[in-house]
Design a protein around this ligand. Sequence first.
Ligand code: XLS
Ligand code: CA
Ligand code: CA
Length: 447
Amino acid sequence: MADYFVGNKEYFPGIGRIKYEGPESDNPLAFKYYDPEKVVGGKKMKDQLRFAVAYWHSFCADGADPFGAATHPHPWIVDAKSPMEAAEHKMDAAFEFFTKLGTEFYAFHDRDMAPEGATPAESEKQLKVLVARAKERQQATGVKLLWGTANLFTHPRFMNGAATNPEFAVVSLAASQVKAAIDATIELGGQGYTFWGGREGYMSLLNTDLKKEKEHLARFLGLARDYARKQGFKGAFYIEPKPMEPTKHQYDYDVETVAGFLRYYGLDKDFRMNIEANHAELAGHDFAHELETAAAMGLFGSVDANRGEPRNGWDTDQFPSSYYETALAMYAVLKAGGFTTGGLNFDAKIRRNSVDPADLFEAHIGGMDTFAAGLVIAQRIIDDGKLPGFVKKRYASFDSGNGAKFDKGELTFEVLAGFGSDYGNAGLTSGKQEHLENILNRYLLGL
Ligand code: XLS
Ligand code: CA
Ligand code: CA
């Protein structure tokens, strides 16, 4: 019996279950570093990494860009007689792909899975039909839902935003869509629900009441949370920071901005961050910076695993390929205690000119291997202890005596000021950055 799912028709013929073959393997359709059962840091790799495939990029995006037509004529759409039939075929292709690749999770927007109907009621009905089918597929294959979300940005009605739209009618339509997407996420046992701020931002301050829009966004999020909890949703709510695109300024700019927003509106107990590497790049931050910033505030949740192009300013959503970046990202994730409800969702798309059916597999295999290698390197950093040990020592003056008192809030400012009676050699200790970078490079090479 095949160790993968095939639905109405096999959409990736000639490709079977992707296996671990080790770093020496020359097989492009095999894992070189991702060995799901191998234990790293006390957990199996698959449980440390919790990979998810993004339904939208892998099965909906067709290679079209602002300058050219689609280049990926998906076979699951080409033969279909209606949008609903296309959605059913697409789901079969998706589950075939998940099970051949061996990823345990996926993530989706409502409109990725089911087409929009003529009315909100019809859209909801269509989503329910597809969700029932997805539930059967999940049960048959063991694949799980990492998180669900609503697409509140593609339809023209959302051109001025969704929860922050200046028209109440659109805010209400957005709520009806989110309500249905939350119901779908609960039905599919989703471990999280994500709010990416689609078009929640502005193109010009000349036509925008910024204060009102932010208040509306906060109210919307609070109401959605209350509804989901009332329906029994136990998973995590994530906000996904992004600084710009499609709007000139997205309200969820970066982790620090979102944290301030959540605290100001009293939402910080319920929402955590879904951090995307490419969005960090657009905000002018390292990926690891965003992860560490979220973790420092207890707001770390999940990751959209991709990469941007450092020399341009848009959201290229490329597959991860840098061990340097994934090692530092996984080091941040491990220091934060690892994933609980979250995981590594490949919010990444193959390039417009990647038109071979195998390209989608090789893209994910590369991304998974890159993160598996990153995990191994991160664990090496922790086990060897040189880097964390250096950091600990660097702050050792706060471990005891007056430093510890300062940390505990036991000193007044006058008392604190009074200790500095002599300049001595204070502050002249090396930060050893180059020394540490050299050590990191050795770990990257497996030494
Ligand atoms: C777009 C976002 C989006 C979210 C889900 O830039 O990355 O894909 O992850 O709505
Ligand atoms: Ca994303
Ligand atoms: Ca992106």
